[in-house]
Design a binder for this molecule. Sequence first.
Ligand code: NAD
Length: 355
Amino acid sequence: MERWLVTGGAGFIGSNFILAARREKRAEILNLDRLTYAGNTANLESLESDPGYRLLPGDIADRDLVRKALADFSPAAVFHFAAESHVDRSIEGPAIFLRTNVEGTFSLLEESRRYFDALPSNEKGRFRFLHVSTDEVFGSLSPSDPPFNERTPYAPNSPYAASKAASDHFVRAWFHTYGLPVLTTNCSNNYGPFQFPEKLVPTAILSALKGKDVPVYGDGMNIRDWLFVEDHCQALFRVHERGVPGETYNVGGGNERTNLQMVSALLTLLDKKRPRPDGLSHLERIRFVPDRPGHDRRYAIDGSRLRRELSWTPAHAFDQALEKTVDWYLDNEAWWKALASRHEAGTRQGLIAGG
Ligand code: NAD
């Protein structure tokens, strides 16, 4: 079986990715994760006795550690998820975003290049460095603009988006300059199990369950394109298998929703599944809070390249996956209760992510 080095695998998307990879017996995995506030080993508890999975706690910016991990584990691929990922945190403290997202990616690229150069020629052909990025690098769309495609110029607006855009450029340069076989994916907003409670979907569900106000930024009309996290993971498998090195692929769900529509859909599901004891609708608890500075108005993804060239489409319908997500948070109270103190210590009350 192949071996894959995954970075940031204790986070939201990375842990879903590792669980799917192990479930489908795709590869043995070494997970290099610094276990920041967003890294949660409980996400991977079900793999505790799996000999095909191992956690290596550590920083992607630690070149010696990365070098040793690559040499000892000798992976056929690197899947790079590790990042600081929360836009609000990037506004309050951008330095760590530069360090992890840019310097960390640089460190990983440099060590992967050395590792790749030293591979025997018969192993070089299958090595891939897959960089997981975001649609936020493209900036904001007006209502009439066509969705982002792979040729849309970069125009990042938040410190988070700027750091991811910079990392995408480094990845591209390591292909063109050094011949490292890289693939970059730019994905829209994900929702699903194991998402840290500071992001929009878990914030809405968990605030309602705790009987608190449900905060929505500005007028609630910011639009995001939503993709179920398990579909994102399948897209990454497909890009790894069939993607052309040096190319970028946009991954989207084709589900544009305003933040207010998204929150309302979640609260309507909760009205059915966990009605409020006072008989009122959870929708009554929506509260508009002052907008995030520089809040991008609309993201939308043109995912036709992935469909056309790699024959990939999302397997989940939006409504069903949203319901599955709500059910997961209802069924996994111990998971989110254990995170409550970590979340509340680090986040200003009332702030939620649009991306
Ligand atoms: P997350 O914040 O849930 O997880 C990030 C993980 O990276 C955590 O486990 C954290 O401990 C780890 N990490 C942080 N700094 C590290 C460092 N220096 N060294 C090693 N590990 C470190 O993030 P996520 O939502 O799972 O996103 C994963 C990736 O996908 C990110 O690169 C993000 O930009 C990208 N992305 C996310 C979304 C989304 O909707 N969440 C959409 C598109 C792209």
